[in-house]
Design a protein. Structure first.
Length: 338
């Protein structure tokens, strides 16, 4: 836990109290940094950074956390606000997630027999947008079980995704579909192997269908085998992953730890711990983490730091069976942003 505390303090240095976002990173990355912060608060049962939740919401609620171009960006924020609701029990966060989901629904049409578009100009149907839509739908259902619509959307989305061909013969998820609705064979990014794990775990919890857990395990096993040379997760774009790629690995390992709750395979726990240890061993003198988890820090930014913190959070979760967090509020009297 001291390792995670030091890494989290380094992440907090990027947090901008005025904007409610994280300097050095983008809009969708900020949603993931918020989710990292929420996860840290949960697994450590601490109040230190809970004020970020309140502040980020207040400073950005006027946007509705929507995006004029990308449906997937919205999905990240919806997932973050669902977790904020789980942690704080403040219903406004769940209502925001529901509002985001209503806008995401507009991206579904009959092209390729269904599925959401990636962009609002409707040029590409890809894996991540539909994985996020599935995850948001089923998580909203689990928190509002009397509203059948969310489960219906989740089941519809999974049925479409399963038959879309994006899960290839090696049980890895490619990036998306061609114009004629076939698997485009593009990169198997780690986050495309990750979001689907969490979505399938929740759909399993909602339906008790064991085939869902089996599919999640198949994807997780394939990703660990194909995307982790020497046991350390590696993004296909390394060492040059632009602004988006540094976020991806954290999303996978966060969801792998979530799968471990439902399917406690020792291999999953060991993988999480091994990656967290590698990250810590390769930190710099400021407790910052780089793009490669197996090498020295290349540069520091909020995406790299929050992704690596996902692994440290996951290590706590799988190792200690993190205790439930009581509803003790969002703004502790001793809260400090820096």
């Amino acid at each position: 836990m001291p390792n995670a505390a030091a890494g989290m303090a380094a992440l907090q240095l990027f947090y901008n109290l005025t904007t409610g976002l994280w300097d050095t990173t983008g809009w969708w990355n900020a949603a993931n940094a918020l989710e990292t912060t929420i996860d840290y608060s949960r697994v450590t049962n601490t109040l230190t950074y809970r004020g970020n939740i309140f502040n980020t919401f207040e400073k950005n609620k006027h946007t509705g956390f929507l995006n004029p171009w990308f449906y997937d960006d919205q999905g990240w924020w919806a997932l973050a606000w669902i977790k904020a609701y789980d942690l704080t029990h403040n219903p406004r966060y769940l209502e925001m997630a529901k509002s985001i989901f209503e806008d995401m629904k507009q991206g579904w049409d009959s092209v390729c027999q269904g599925g959401l578009w990636w962009k609002k100009n409707r040029t590409y149907k890809n894996a991540i947008t539909n994985e996020l839509f599935l995850a948001v739908a089923v998580r909203l259902h689990l928190r509002t079980p009397d509203d059948r619509e969310y489960l219906d959307w989740a089941l519809k989305t999974w049925a479409w995704f399963q038959h879309s061909g994006m899960i290839n013969g090696n049980s890895l998820v490619n990036d998306g579909l061609t114009d004629d609705c076939r698997n485009n064979g593009q990169t198997t990014w780690t986050y495309n192997q990750g979001v689907i794990l969490g979505a399938l775990v929740d759909l399993y919890r909602a339906t008790k269908d064991p085939t869902l857990l089996a599919q999640a395990e198949a994807i997780a096993d394939a990703a660990i085998q194909a995307l982790a040379p020497n046991g350390i997760l590696q993004e296909p774009c390394e060492p040059d992953c632009g602004n988006d790629g540094p976020q991806f690995k954290g999303i996978f390992i966060r969801n792998l730890a979530y799968l471990y709750e439902a399917s406690p395979k020792p291999a999953y726990r060991n993988f999480v711990i091994q990656n967290a240890e590698a990250i810590w061993q390769n930190r710099n003198e400021a407790d910052q983490f780089g793009l490669s988890w197996a090498k020295a820090v290349d540069k520091a930014d909020a995406s790299r730091q929050s992704a690596a913190m996902d692994a440290l959070n996951a290590a706590i979760a799988v190792d200690l069976n993190a205790p439930p967090t009581p509803p003790i509020g969002e703004l502790p009297s001793n809260y400090q942003n820096r």
